[in-house]
Design a protein around this ligand. Structure first.
Ligand SMILES: Cc1cc2nc3c(=O)[nH]c(=O)nc-3n(C[C@H](O)[C@H](O)[C@H](O)COP(=O)(O)OP(=O)(O)OC[C@H]3O[C@@H](n4cnc5c(N)ncnc54)[C@H](O)[C@@H]3O)c2cc1C
Length: 323
């Protein structure tokens, strides 16, 4: 085992996801304290461009599995590919993003290799030679500090907590790792694009969310129009998702996504602790609610007591005038 920290990058059609750059930053201090280097891993099909992008973030080396068997997301295939990289790189710590993708793949990979995994961490540091992690628990009501008993260990890091590395560095070497993948147990029959996700929710700098107060699927129209006018993404409370008004991929909170945009607008959302767990780190929070005693106003920077069906269109109209 080396003293290195390996980060597992994730990407989308346009390139690496923001969380990949956050992981490089999170890994740098850990590697310094361990006396090792930061290395990167990229897995997928036709991911040469992602590997080149990662190679310029300041990592010492990038390992790639580029395999046609990874065209569709099959967690067991991704875990097999990553296990090969980890065997070759032999790092002390592997960092994943605690995104939907990262949560699934990290658990599979840790199980495959028999490593420990600390999930959804908001801080990681080396203290007296041991890895100490910070994990919000009970929907953020308590904070647990976890000490890893030994190395190697895997960690998933909550997105939008650590700033991403920005400066471009000279390109690091890229090593291709060959793997033989088994046929996955599930077959992808159809892929359907989510029409409401014009902007990636996890990376959006502005999020407009609707809750039970929107009263139905058509009630999301003013939420979407405001999000569009602001160039933001659409979020939702679990109540709205459970009612079937909007897809689960929009859910924000303890059992949904964690976001930390510059601006979060909550419309018709009461502010349950489980919802706050996913958005309370937002820079500026605006709440629109007709109940002046709604708990969301306790954490809002700006509160508008009123009917969202009047307030949101008025906001959209004013924002369009500015554009
Ligand atoms: C284990 C567990 C996990 C959970 N995970 C999540 C999670 O990830 N995310 C999440 O969101 N919830 C989660 N929940 C559910 C959570 O406890 C709340 O039930 C949920 O967040 C409530 O959603 P809401 O605020 O949209 O609805 P409500 O609490 O019903 O609030 C609706 C609000 O809309 C306002 N309103 C109504 N009409 C209007 C109008 N016309 N204009 C303006 N305001 C209006 C009302 O005053 C009210 O405040 C979880 C619960 C459990 C037990």
């Amino acid at each position: 085992m080396s003293n290195n920290v390996l980060i597992v990058a994730e990407g989308k059609a346009e390139g690496l996801r923001k969380v990949s750059f956050e992981l490089v930053n999170a890994a740098q201090q850990l590697a310094r304290d361990l006396g090792g280097a930061v290395e990167g891993a990229v897995v997928g099909n036709q991911v040469g461009a992602w590997a080149e992008q990662l190679a310029k973030t300041g990592v010492a080396k990038v390992y790639v599995v580029d395999n046609a068997g990874l065209e569709n997301f099959a967690p067991e295939s991704y875990a097999s590919a990553l296990a090969e990289i980890i065997r070759a790189a032999a790092p002390a710590i592997v960092l994943f993003g605690a995104s939907g993708w990262g949560k699934e793949v990290s658990a599979r990979t840790a199980a495959k290799l028999g490593w420990g995994l600390a999930t959804d961490c908001t801080d990681a540091k080396i203290e007296n030679g041991a890895l100490v992690l910070t994990r919000p628990i009970y929907a953020g009501k308590a904070i647990a500090h976890v000490r890893a008993k030994s190395f190697p260990v895997m960690v998933s890091v909550r997105p939008n907590i650590v700033p991403p590395v920005e400066a471009e560095s000279p390109a690091a070497p890229i090593e291709q790792i060959a793997v033989t993948l088994k046929e996955p147990r599930a077959r992808v029959v159809e892929k359907v694009e989510n029409a409401k996700s014009k902007v990636d929710l996890g990376e959006a700098s502005i999020v407009v969310s609707g809750g039970r107060g929107v009263k139905g699927p058509e009630g999301f129209a003013p939420v979407e129009e405001l999000a569009d006018a602001l160039g933001g993404a659409v979020g939702a409370s679990r109540a709205a998702v459970d009612a079937g008004w909007i897809d689960y991929t929009h859910q924000i909170g303890q059992t949904g996504k964690t976001v930390a945009p510059k601006l979060y607008i909550a419309a018709g959302i009461s502010g349950a602790i489980q919802h706050l767990a996913g958005m309370s780190s937002s820079k500026v929070i605006v709440a629109v609610n007709k109940d002046p005693d709604a708990p969301i106003f306790k954490i809002a920077d700006y509160g508008i007591v009123g009917d969202l069906f009047q307030v949101l269109p008025a906001l959209t109209q004013e924002i369009k005038k500015l554009g």
